[in-house]
Design a binder for this molecule. Structure first.
Ligand SMILES: [Zn+2]
Length: 192
């Protein structure tokens, strides 16, 4: 899937979870940093791709991207698995512990979860594509849904643009209108 679809997928997943759980009060800073972490999590698995947006936007990114590509075993490998999720999740945890003194009152637990939700949404979306995802590495089999490869999506082609993307938009529209009162409540009483 393209980075644009992954951004929308990550935000959609975060919205679904936030409105399902009984969210305790959250500071505005925590909310903003969580959304940011969520979007990073949504594209993080593609650091194994030399053409990933992360690398494209850095001056020498193309070369660093190629090195990462080798280290991580090529595209759709370690960072596209549960093992990779655990490793990246642990590294983000360490980073948040390190940044805690500067983050002040920010709830780093929420930020961590937002990242994980973003990354999970990436793996789920990529599962719908022809290449599939090696969820259970070191078992090298790439799983996809639907099981028949020809029914799956080709990244960047019209089905992604005109079917997957609009479906995600509709899910958001439905979900937010369905939970309208809850959103108002969160905005009034939970965001400090
Ligand atoms: Zn990917």
């Amino acid at each position: 899937m393209t980075a644009r679809t992954h951004d929308l997928g990550a935000i959609t997943a975060l919205g679904l979870v936030v409105l399902l759980i009984n969210l305790q009060s959250i500071s505005l800073a925590t909310a903003i940093i969580s959304v940011f972490a969520n979007l990073i999590g949504g594209i993080a698995p593609d650091i194994d791709q030399p053409t990933a947006p992360l690398w494209r936007n850095l001056p020498v990114g193309k070369y660093i991207g190629k090195i990462f590509d080798r280290l991580l075993g090529g595209h759709r490998f370690l960072t596209h698995s549960i093992l990779g999720l655990i490793i990246l999740g642990y590294l983000i945890h360490l980073l948040l512990v390190f940044l805690k003194p500067v983050l002040g009152s920010v709830n780093t637990g929420y930020v961590w979860w937002a990242f994980i939700i973003g990354m999970l949404s990436h793996l789920i979306l990529d599962t719908l594509t022809k290449e599939g995802v090696p969820w259970f590495l070191p078992i090298p089999y790439k799983f996809g849904f639907p099981p028949l490869k020809k029914w799956r999506i080709t990244t960047g082609k019209w089905v992604e643009t005109w079917v997957v993307f609009p479906i995600l938009l509709v899910i958001n529209g439905f979900w937010y209108s369905e939970h309208y009162q809850k959103i108002l409540f969160i905005l009034h009483n939970r965001i400090l």
